[in-house]
Ligand binder design. Structure first.
Ligand SMILES: Cc1cc2nc3c(=O)[nH]c(=O)nc-3n(C[C@H](O)[C@H](O)[C@H](O)COP(=O)(O)OP(=O)(O)OC[C@H]3O[C@@H](n4cnc5c(N)ncnc54)[C@H](O)[C@@H]3O)c2cc1C
Length: 507
């Protein structure tokens, strides 16, 4: 790239004489990934000009949007938090508002907040090889006017799901229901469930964190699931981390505890992949030990799939099991036949009565911020692209994206990607390159982007990019493999093609 930092000036004038701003790097999204990306960029490429365009009016993404009772991480904050800003709270598993504060404070302390343009939803991005620039168009919330900016490098940190709509199957006779139906993604601020009978449809991470919290004041909560998920218990407090903190500074404790947690997570994942029956037995035994002796674990907590074919659901401090033991929560494994005036009729013929139904049926996957991409006038379908190092896409010049791990904390991969993007930008700068584009070899065998059977992944495979069977096209769900490739691997690897300025046709 030509000298970084030289481009924050008027370049064009499409808007009736209004100069179009231009940045070296444009980050999409001010969530956990976007804020982390900006801090890395400031530190490693200090002369690069950048802005963050954020569709909403606040920092935090997921951790601001989700407000259902009990919203929390199921990863520990030593791996979900940033490497550059130690997590110093006593709890290793954090509630949603603590994570939101952590992201906001990080942005403020690093001065990243001054670079955010709120209320700007990017709708299209058009690359020109002649100018070696992305022309970005964003819709301003409120006024619905369009704004244009140019950037040399587009860095997409837009998360992985739609903020506007969730996955929400339509059930027969829903309009007959006399109670309230809510989705956890759009939780009504003043919903009072005290003394109410609640049905939660779903068995995923959201249901598992929501149910024990609602059970504290609801009359009763029924967890209604079509099929069971694996659940396992974690303490909110990490006693080793808290003990270490007595002797060592946070700057030392965090990397140690992060490494411990990465290794434990990877060891269990490997066990689940190599000895699924053993992993299954272990998980089910741990659940059985926590539940009353007469509880039907075989029916309600024995999934049909193998551990880590889908994400495991974390119960914290045994709260779900305690609530079941007390009779505040019951679990029903059955299918919905239809809604009735007073609740839900099941295929078995049984009826559940309720005042509130929570439809915890999941997210609608949406990659790369729902942006329309063109490269030199050719429309780019994301599903026809192949992931390069899990951070860029074939045929898409000067563009990187963040997509975290399915089997470990999102931030582990987000930070490796940020590190790689900074290395790439520095490499381009020092060699005077304007364009970097991964060129796919036609011999690379295509595979699905994710090897995961969760409903939201399976529903979205058609809109996801592909991965290849071999490095550097393989998307690893493995922190150490990625660390090796993204932090230490060659930037100039013959697959990523560099040029000073030429026409980048798509591959
Ligand atoms: C309830 C819940 C619990 C979770 N718990 C965990 C966990 O414990 N561990 C874990 O690793 N992961 C977890 N996840 C996944 C979670 O999304 C990631 O941890 C992380 O928050 C992702 O951060 P992000 O910044 O990449 O995306 P997001 O948090 O989704 O932020 C993306 C931002 O980009 C903005 N944006 C999107 N498109 C555009 C556009 N076109 N133009 C401008 N701005 C745009 C959005 O408005 C948003 O602010 C959880 C997810 C949910 C929903």
């Amino acid at each position: 790239m030509p000298p970084i930092g030289s481009t924050s000036q008027a370049l064009d004038s499409e808007d009736a004489g209004t100069p179009i701003e231009s940045f070296d790097v444009l980050i999409v999204g001010a969530g956990l990934s976007g804020i982390g990306a900006a801090v890395h960029l400031q530190r490693r490429c200090p002369s690069a000009t950048y802005a963050i365009l954020e569709a909403r009016d606040v920092i935090g993404g997921t951790w601001d949007l989700f407000r259902f009772p009990g919203v929390r991480s199921d990863s520990d904050m030593y791996t979900l938090g940033y490497t550059f800003r130690p997590w110093t709270h006593a709890n290793a598993i954090a509630d949603g508002s603590s994570i939101r504060r952590y992201i906001v404070d990080t942005a403020r302390e690093a001065g990243v907040d001054a670079h955010i343009r709120f209320g700007h939803r990017i709708t299209s991005a058009s690359w020109s090889s002649d100018s070696a620039l992305w022309a970005i168009e964003a819709l301003r919330s409120g006024s619905q006017t369009r704004m244009r900016v140019h950037c040399r490098f587009l860095y997409i940190c837009s998360g992985y799901y739609s903020y506007e709509s969730a996955y929400r199957p339509a059930f027969t006779d829903e309009p007959l229901y006399g109670g309230t139906i809510v989705h956890p993604q759009f939780w009504p601020e003043h919903l009072d469930y005290t003394g109410k009978r609640v049905i939660v449809i779903g068995s995923g991470a959201t249901a598992v964190s929501l149910i024990p919290e609602m059970a504290k004041s609801a009359a009763h909560v029924t967890m209604l699931q079509r099929s069971p998920s694996y659940v396992f218990n974690l303490p909110t407090i990490d006693p080793i981390a808290n003990q270490l903190r007595r002797w060592l500074p946070a700057g030392l404790v965090n990397p140690l505890v992060r490494m411990k947690n990465v290794l434990i997570g990877m060891a269990f994942f490997q066990l689940a992949r190599r000895r699924p029956e053993l992993a299954k037995k272990m998980l089910i035994r741990l659940v059985r030990e926590r539940l009353p002796p007469n509880f039907d674990v075989a029916k309600h907590y024995t999934p049909r799939y193998n551990p880590w074919d889908q994400r495991l659901c974390v119960v914290t401090d045994g709260d779900l099991f305690t609530a079941i033991g007390k009779g505040a929560v019951s679990v029903v494994t059955d299918e919905i036949d239809a809604f009735t005036r007073g609740g839900i009729r099941l295929k078995s013929g049984a009826e559940l009565n309720s005042d509130i139904v929570v439809v915890a049926t999941g997210l609608k996957v949406n990659l790369l911020g729902d942006i329309d991409f063109t490269v030199d006038g050719v429309r780019m379908e994301i599903s026809h692209r192949t992931a390069y190092k899990g951070a860029m896409l074939s045929g898409m010049p000067n563009m990187a994206y963040t997509f975290g791990y399915t089997n470990a904390s999102w931030t582990l991969k987000a930070e490796l990607t940020a590190n790689y993007v900074c290395r790439l930008i520095r490499h381009m700068h020092s060699h005077g390159y304007a364009i970097a584009v991964p060129r796919r070899d036609s011999k690379v065998v295509e595979e699905p982007f994710l090897d995961f059977t969760s409903g939201y992944v399976v529903r979205a495979l058609g809109v996801m990019p592909k991965q290849g069977s071999l490095r550097p096209w393989k998307v690893y769900q493995n922190y150490f493999m990625d660390a090796f490739t993204l932090r230490f691997g060659r930037i100039d690897d013959d697959v990523l093609q560099f040029s000073r300025a030429h026409s980048a046709s798509s591959t």
